[in-house]
Design a binder for this molecule. Structure first.
Ligand SMILES: [Mn+2]
Length: 279
């Protein structure tokens, strides 16, 4: 099965601008089908430029975003949850402005907000309501919301594939699907292939990322088993290579990348393409 292969521009920066122009050309050269582009801080002009640049190089866009503290889906205050629905609706509009059909990321809870307790049933119920309402906006925009579990050091709310699948089933909206990011899964799952099999049709978006977030294929993630498990469930969504770096030093530090993990962008692009036999 030939699946669409993407590359996350979060490798370069949290904000994609004209200074990243040459990397769109390089993605196309390495036979990627698409670019996963961050939308949270993106202006209308930046979104329009990214869309044009993707089109110029025959690339499709997917969008990546996250929930924020001032618009937290888990907020006990209904006004906060209303802001969360608005925030996710805005992200859907930005994704649509890119021509993206998927908006992926930790949209279930505010990134970097901790209660110092495990998730509660009330928080889960609030999240379900917010995602269902956001799913309506997503449908109007022609976008699907892809909910990404994170490892325990980045989220207390949604860590495992099983919890993600159960959440997606309970949201029960056709425009809300689950994500598997192999970096987080490497920390949280006992068996990544079994986790994929158990997600079944709730799995709608995949990010291929190493345990150390560096060059894919040079770490401990068993990508052959991951791809075979995806075959096993008939997965036909995107495979997005996600690696991080210190190309943008501030963003690298925010993501706790303290050393060089690769030999530069070309090696990461080539390794990502090689994972699926494109290079
Ligand atoms: Mn990810």
């Amino acid at each position: 099965m030939e699946r669409r292969l993407g590359f996350s521009f979060l490798y370069f920066a949290p904000r994609v601008t004209e200074r990243h122009a040459r990397w769109f050309e390089r993605l196309a050269w390495h036979r990627y089908d698409g670019a996963e582009l961050p939308v949270v801080g993106a202006t209308d002009d930046e979104l329009a430029w990214m869309r044009r640049t993707c089109r110029e190089h025959g690339l499709q866009a997917t969008a990546v975003g996250f929930a924020v503290a001032e618009a937290n889906p888990l907020d006990p205050d209904p006004a906060g949850r209303a802001r969360a629905v608005d925030h996710l609706a805005t992200l859907c509009e930005k994704a649509a402005a890119l021509g993206a059909e998927v908006l992926a990321g930790p949209i279930h809870s505010a990134y970097g907000v901790w209660t110092e307790e495990p998730p509660t049933a009330d928080e889960r119920a609030r999240c379900i309501d917010v995602l269902r309402a956001a799913g309506e906006h997503a449908a109007k925009c022609g976008v699907t919301l892809a909910v990404e579990p994170l490892n325990r050091f980045e989220s207390y709310f949604l860590n495992t594939a099983a919890d993600c699948a159960a959440l997606v089933r309970d949201v029960a909206h056709p425009h809300v699907i689950g994500v598997m990011d192999t970096h987080h899964a490497h920390i949280e799952e006992g068996d990544v292939a079994a986790a994929i099999a158990a997600m079944g049709k709730t799995l709608g978006h995949v990010q291929l990322s190493e345990n150390h977030r560096g060059v894919p294929g040079r770490g401990q993630v068993p990508f052959d088993r991951v791809l075979a498990a995806l075959d096993g469930i008939g997965y036909d969504g995107w495979l997005v290579v996600e690696a991080f770096s210190r190309q943008d030093p501030g963003f690298g530090s925010a993501l706790r990348i303290w050393r060089e993990l690769d030999d530069g962008p070309e090696s990461v692009l080539a390794a990502g393409a090689r994972l699926v036999g494109r290079d």
